[in-house]
Design a protein around this ligand. Structure first.
Ligand SMILES: *Cc1c(COP(=O)(O)O)cnc(C)c1O
Length: 386
């Protein structure tokens, strides 16, 4: 089976991990700090907080921005459930903004309208989390203007988008947001096995996230409420759990980030190859936003059902039978049974629902060979001509 996404590990990665395994330190230590500064150097943010996965990074980002009971949180339905679950765990009420039918990112038009009415009812969100779907940035400049106007904070869920650019600058510089979150799950752009990072330009948000990463505990005398009892002393200042990442994982991440531009370029090259091969058949290709450069985490095409009743479902199953690990991103969150118990219904966000009916993710990862890609294209073209 050709998978839809796959990590790439080389000898240098293995050597980097082995060096940590032979050292005296395995849990969060010097390798984590090195990894954090490599990522912040790369994306141009001031602070990085590496954690055990991006879900935890989102949670810590929301907590640092003091999202809690009584607060409102907004994101899009076309994302992984983690984006909104992390806000629910904070005790917030959540709502969604429908997506743009071209980019599959947040719809600016819907966002403006929804903010206008929410303002009238006194129900503005405390945090908005735009998701850079498939690695292509949302229109952050416009979203930032709206946040200035309406006073909400912005957490970019850039789980797909490390290595991407917006207005010719790296995603993650936090020019238009409070915090940006990356995922290092093996299907994402670079991997640490499991892992994530929150980056920010705010020293106070960074300190808050570092505290919450480690049980709400500090060992820094300047953060403490009274003078230390002795060298063993620490203080718990807030309530949290353990979200640390290991030095083993961080060493893998540091080795991977050295090759990120090459890996993203390879993804882009394969995406262009898909574009060229599929442009004359009846599928909708990914839209390329002129202000963004995608990191190409996902290559999604839409199959518009035709007169022959050809459905995405049939194409999906036939591709899988042919050994091609196609996938679907994403099932609209508001249609999940758990979210229905919160009062959401099918029909609430029609653009995301319509997109979901037709979308199919084709395999894309740096090591996908041209012959594998040709086989994927030929199989899809054959099925569409049936
Ligand atoms: C992968 C992903 C996450 C969660 O990442 P983990 O590192 O697996 O916790 C969150 N949001 C989006 C959009 C993702 O794709």
């Amino acid at each position: 089976m050709i998978p839809y996404g796959k990590h790439r590990i080389i000898q240098a990665d293995i050597d980097a991990v082995a060096r940590v395994l032979e050292s005296d330190w395995l849990t969060q230590g010097p390798a984590v700090e090195i990894f954090e500064s490599k990522i912040t150097d790369y994306c141009g943010a001031k602070h990085g907080i590496a954690v055990c996965n991006a879900t935890a990074a989102l949670y810590l980002a929301y907590r640092a921005l003091e999202l809690g009971p009584g607060d409102i949180f907004w994101t899009v339905p076309n994302t992984f459930v983690a984006t909104s679950n992390a806000a629910l765990i904070c005790g917030a009420m959540i709502d969604f903004v429908d997506i743009d039918p071209q980019t599959y990112n947040i719809s600016l038009l819907d966002l403006e309208k929804k903010l206008h009415y929410a303002n009238k009812r006194g129900q503005l969100p405390k945090i908005l989390a735009p998701v850079h779907f498939s690695g292509q940035s949302c229109p952050m400049q416009e979203i930032k203007q709206l946040s200035n106007q309406y006073g909400f904070s912005i957490v970019e869920d850039a789980s797909h988008a490390i290595g991407g650019q917006y207005l010719n600058e790296p995603v993650g510089n936090c020019k238009f947001s409070d915090i940006t979150v990356f995922s290092f799950h093996p299907v994402k752009i670079i991997t640490t096995g499991e892992g994530g990072m929150a980056v920010t330009n705010s020293t106070s948000l960074a300190e808050k996230m570092k505290l919450l990463r480690n049980h709400g505990i500090t060992r820094s005398p300047h953060e403490m409420t009274r003078s230390i009892d002795g060298p063993w002393y620490y203080q718990q200042l807030d309530l949290s759990l353990n979200y640390r990442i290991t030095d083993i994982q961080a060493a893998l991440g540091s080795s991977q980030i050295d090759r990120i531009d090459r890996m993203v370029a390879k993804r882009g090259e394969l995406a262009s190859r898909y574009d060229a091969a599929l442009c004359n058949i009846n599928v909708v290709l990914p839209h390329r936003d002129q202000h963004a450069l995608s990191s190409w985490h996902l290559y999604v095409v839409k199959i518009e059902a035709n007169d022959l009743g050809l459905s995405r479902h049939r194409i999906f199953c036939s591709m899988r039978e042919a050994g091609i690990g196609v996938n679907v991103h994403y099932i609209p969150i508001h249609t999940q049974p758990y979210y229905e118990t919160l009062g959401f219904h099918h029909g609430d966000f029609p653009v995301a629902e319509k997109y979901y009916e037709n979308a199919i993710t084709l395999p894309l990862y740096p090591e996908l060979s041209h012959s594998e890609q040709n086989y994927i294209v030929e199989t899809l073209m054959h099925l569409l001509s049936l």
